[in-house]
Design a protein around this ligand. Structure first.
Ligand code: FES
Length: 571
């Protein structure tokens, strides 16, 4: 084994070696721990303000057990934690900032390998992005989903149940006091959202990319086997350091193709599009929107989970989890079987014998839950650089639609008018929301699934075409066109849409079009002015450098990687 990176600190027999070791010894570490054994960083996103990751100190203890057993030296360190529910303006605004924290924390410290503890939506991509730019041996470990919510004898899914209950309140079918009763019932154990929202989707992506041990995505947070997986991940990362098995050997083009296909098969979140493109950008793997449509849109959704279906992550785990899905994909010739994973086996070696225990939850490739269910990419004069749509969560009768635009200039404008009984809107209209993209919000809020007007909900309308430059919660559903690029705040054509215009959606043709002639659009463009730059701070840096959604919304100067070497050393 080549000399370990950590020995550049701890192996020195000089004044600086004294300094590096002696200060560490204030924690009680004996001298022999600095003898050249692998130092494993445990990158922890624990925070009481990130409830989905609130159990991560316990999880880290199990990782440490495994590291000790394998002869490594575990050192836990905190990084910025991004909680989806509390953080304003939106956790996505900080994904790239957290990735910088991760990257520089890894690069600047004496570690040879890293275990990434990830749970709530943005903690997964931010850690993968930051670690990928350093490219040490790295293993991902998700915190696991919560147990199924239970309310009045029925399952209640994170997010999805909330949207559904408030639709019933708005239509007059349910009292608000009854909704509040469900607060303690929806989230009753540690873990992340237990629908196939963004957190569960990204945990599946970690596993499909080969970045975790098999089974990572679905084991509930409270199941003892989650701790076992943590311990096994601790053991394995020490071996990975000895094998010099770095992230760049795992995160290949083939691995990303597997992730795209897996996302289709699980009915995963549209957020995965942005995150996978951003992660690929860090390792230098070319990946674009068209890859999602070409590889995923024709694939079936095999998993009957909310928000596209009815079951929850606990059911998915008992049914066999992602290995059972990957086995179906592999049998259906929709898996790069040779893709390497963190356990040094190919993904097919890991899943070829994976059992499925419940065919209601995980359907066979030949008899899927939904056909042609992956991410679809739309283009046209309204979205020259693309927009995305999750077909599995849309209404089939709206996939070809032409309607009158009802435009909201911002999410505040939307909130101020949507409940107005006098709003000129019916179910044939197309709801258009502007200025919620990466720059516009800023941070690209999850507001693309605009709630329908109460007067239409009372009529029994359950879905309408909605289009925006925003994102949508992975737990949400509907015929919703998202991530329109370029966004309105960057001067994209979306900025020029006015109420009364006609919008055409034709999913089969992959078209989203504004039926307004070029001369009229040019006149409107002459009147358009860009929003002012924020005055200072992170918001200024972010708005000046964030890329558009179709490029992954990373900061332009963070794309790529620089390895784990530190060019300069002040000592
Ligand atoms: Fe954390 Fe949903 S709020 S995963």
């Amino acid at each position: 084994m080549k000399k370990l990176r950590s020995q550049e600190w701890f192996g020195r027999q000089d004044k600086m070696g004294f300094l590096y070791r002696s200060w560490m010894k204030n924690q009680g570490w004996p001298h022999d721990l600095f003898d050249g054994r692998p130092v494993i960083g445990i990158c922890n996103t624990w925070s009481e303000l990130t409830p989905c990751n609130g159990h991560f100190r316990e999880l880290a203890d199990f990782v440490k057990r495994g590291v000790w057993e394998a002869g490594g030296f575990p050192l836990e360190f905190p990084v910025m934690s991004l909680g989806e529910t509390l953080l304003r303006p939106t956790a996505m605004f900080f994904r790239n900032l957290a990735s910088m924290d991760v990257e520089e924390s890894i690069r600047g410290n004496p570690m040879d390998g890293v275990v990434l503890l990830m749970g709530c939506d943005k903690t997964t991509p931010s850690l993968l992005m930051g670690a990928a730019s350093c490219d040490l041996p790295t293993i991902g470990l998700s915190g696991g989903p919560m147990l199924s919510g239970k309310f009045r004898g029925h399952d209640l899914g994170s997010g999805t149940g909330l949207w559904q209950m408030f639709e019933r309140v708005n239509s007059g079918e349910m009292k608000i006091s009854e909704v509040f009763e469900a607060e303690s019932c929806m989230h009753r154990s540690k873990g992340h959202c237990m629908t196939m929202g963004t957190a569960s989707t990204m945990a599946n992506m970690v596993e499909a990319l080969g970045m975790s041990l098999p089974g990572n995505a679905a084991i509930p947070a409270v199941d003892a086997r989650r701790n076992t997986l943590a311990q096994m991940s601790g053991r394995r990362i020490v071996e990975m350091v000895r094998e010099d098995l770095r992230m760049s050997r795992i995160l290949t083009r083939g691995a990303f193709e597997n992730a795209i296909r897996a996302n289709a098969a699980i009915g995963g979140s549209t957020n995965a599009v942005i995150h996978l493109i951003a992660i690929a950008g860090r390792v230098g793997v070319p990946l674009n929107l068209d890859d999602f449509d070409r590889l995923g849109s024709g694939l079936p959704c095999l998993v009957d989970l909310q928000p596209s279906g009815k079951y929850l992550m606990e059911d998915f785990f008992y049914a066999g989890g992602l290995p059972a899905v990957l086995r179906e994909l592999g049998a259906g010739a929709a898996l790069n079987r040779d893709a390497l994973t963190v356990n040094a086996k190919s993904i097919w070696d890991n899943v070829a014998e994976a059992p499925c225990w419940n065919r209601d939850v995980i359907r066979p490739f030949g008899d899927p839950f939904k056909q042609n269910a992956g991410i679809t990419v739309l283009r046209g004069n309204l979205a020259p650089d693309g927009a995305v749509m999750k077909i599995s969560a849309a209404s089939p009768h709206l996939l070809q639609h032409r309607g009158r635009a009802v435009v909201f200039d911002s999410i505040e404008d939307f909130h101020s008018r949507i409940n107005d009984e006098a709003l000129d809107i019916d179910e044939t209209c197309v709801m258009v929301l502007k200025n919620c993209g990466p720059r516009g919000y800023p941070g690209m809020a999850e507001v693309g699934n605009m709630p329908l007007p109460p007067k239409l909900l009372r009529k029994g309308v359950t879905d309408m075409v909605r289009i925006s430059d925003a994102r949508m919660s992975g737990t949400a559903y509907g015929t919703v066109v998202l991530h329109i690029s370029p966004e309105a705040a960057a001067g994209g054509p979306l900025a020029l849409v006015q109420s009364g215009d006609t919008v055409t959606l034709d999913v089969a043709q992959r078209v989203i079009r504004l039926e307004v002639d070029d001369a009229t659009l040019a006149a409107r463009r002459a009147q358009w002015t860009p929003p002012p730059l924020p005055a200072r701070g992170w918001e200024r840096l972010y708005v000046e450098h964030v890329q558009q959604a179709h490029l992954g919304a990373d900061l332009d100067f963070l794309v790529g990687h620089s390895g784990a070497g530190v060019a300069r050393d002040s000592h």
